[in-house]
Design a protein around this ligand. Structure first.
Ligand code: NDP
Length: 402
């Protein structure tokens, strides 16, 4: 029975708080802190209504290390679940070191002024966490997170060596807006407009954003979608931890309307992260765009359809080549009924809760900075079945992927 502090009260923070509250035997006390305390209070009220549990709330600026340390020292949580924005990863890690709290997150650190998706800044904390006897677990959402675990699970149980990895993230949900993003618009647009990189024969190969696509038919009648190759941060850690990989690619589905809007917005400069002068004031176009777009946390009641996210792994077992597909399908409306949130936040928040639970129980432990695939996948996969994201495995799925 231990106390956790969740930092960030957005779409994902809402789901993590609900899911932790559903497991009182492990998460005995929950503190929810974020920049805008009213958002924490709204989530706390929902949780109290749903489960009769009281959540402690607090305001904190997670860019400010002394403020974070003071809050951590006041509440003394066992760990922090960081679901604020990637910009806050390093300040929260610094505060955890100072206050003696373990750490987890769902997205790698990004500097505000360059859209770079690299683990190097967080990996540099290895020695500090090791010396402090603290654990920092990186990438505990769905992708990264569950997809890393699907890969680790396949590698452990189905292969002697894995050679090819295709992570496929399909969102077959429709929210009815011509253009909206399913999680933080700024982070989402930075990610999808970035150059594509995939791993091939020992190095990352760069191609222009959205330049490679194929059609993918999901199992379980989810449908057929166009999926586009893009860079995603788990490719960096997975190719490091599975050096036998000859190729690793990440694919995501996008609808034609989303891509058309994105192209036009890009052409007129609205997706830029460079500040511009507007009527005597400096504004960042992508931040202004975020103000105009629907708040992802309000999409829940409108979103219908399913997500289908999984990993196609090809490799060798007993000298024979084989392919295995490990995946989860989740219904947006089912998520909304359970935690008043759509499936993108749900599929991120549930693995984040599971990873924290395994750390709190001591099932996963170790001083230092770890990516989630370095942990034993079995207890995680079992918990996915238990807490709302059951997985399936298809051997020889017969996909013809490029
Ligand atoms: P939101 O924008 O909905 O929520 C972010 C929250 O962080 C908001 O409550 C915001 O506060 C708070 N916040 C931002 N800056 C600060 C700060 N300086 N101090 C304190 N709080 C701050 O984002 P999401 O919930 O959609 O995403 C949360 C995280 O999850 C992101 O890092 C995202 O990249 C990651 N993610 C990971 C996925 C995965 O599968 N691995 C998938 C989807 C998301 P305020 O309300 O005041 O703005």
């Amino acid at each position: 029975m231990k106390k956790v502090m969740i930092i960030g009260a957005g779409g994902v923070g809402q789901v993590v708080t609900h899911k932790c509250a559903q497991v009182p035997e492990i998460f005995s006390e929950i503190v929810l802190a974020s920049r805008t305390e009213s958002k924490c209070i709204a989530i706390a009220q929902q949780v109290e209504k749903n489960y009769g549990r009281k959540i402690i709330t607090a305001a904190v600026d997670a860019d400010n290390v002394p403020e974070l340390v003071a809050l951590l020292n006041q509440h003394k949580p066992f760990m922090v679940i960081n679901v604020a924005l990637p910009y806050q990863d390093l300040t929260i890690m610094d505060a955890c070191l100072q206050a003696g709290a373990h750490y987890s997150d769902t997205a790698n650190y990004e500097p505000l002024d360059t859209a770079k998706f690299e683990y190097k800044w967080q990996w540099q904390y290895q020695e500090k966490f090791e010396q402090a006897g603290l654990m920092a677990l990186l990438g505990t959402g769905f992708d990264p997170g569950a997809t890393n675990m699907f890969t680790a699970f396949a590698a452990k149980h189905y292969f002697d060596e894995i050679h090819y990895l295709d992570i496929i993230d399909v969102n077959g949900g429709d929210h009815g807006y011509p253009f909206a993003t399913n999680f933080n618009p700024e982070i989402n647009i930075r990610e999808v407009t970035a150059e594509c990189r995939h791993w091939e024969n020992g190095e990352f190969v760069t191609t222009s954003a959205m330049s490679t696509k194929q059609s993918f038919t999901c199992p379980d009648k989810v449908g057929t979608y166009n999926i586009y190759r893009m860079y995603h941060e788990e490719l960096e850690s997975l190719t490091k931890h599975y050096p036998t990989l000859k190729r690793a690619q990440f694919w995501m589905s996008f609808g034609d309307s989303y891509l058309k809007h994105l192209e036009v917005l890009g052409n007129v400069g609205m997706t830029s992260i460079e500040p511009v002068e507007h009527e005597g004031q400096q504004i960042v176009p992508i931040q202004f765009l975020k103000t105009l777009l629907p708040d992802p946390s309000t999409l829940g009641p409108r979103t219908k359809g399913k997500t289908c996210i999984g990993c196609v792994v090809r490799g060798i077992k007993d000298g024979q080549e084989k392919t295995v597909y490990v995946y989860n399908v989740k219904d947006h409306q089912e998520c909304y009924r359970e935690v008043q949130s759509q499936a993108i936040s749900y599929t991120t928040g549930v693995p984040a809760m599971i990873a924290a639970k395994l750390m709190l129980e001591g099932t996963w432990k170790g001083a230092g900075v770890w990516n989630i695939e370095q942990m034993d996948p079995d207890p995680f996969m079992q918990a996915m079945n238990q807490y709302g994201l059951p997985f399936k495995v298809i051997e020889e799925p017969g996909f013809e992927l490029i």
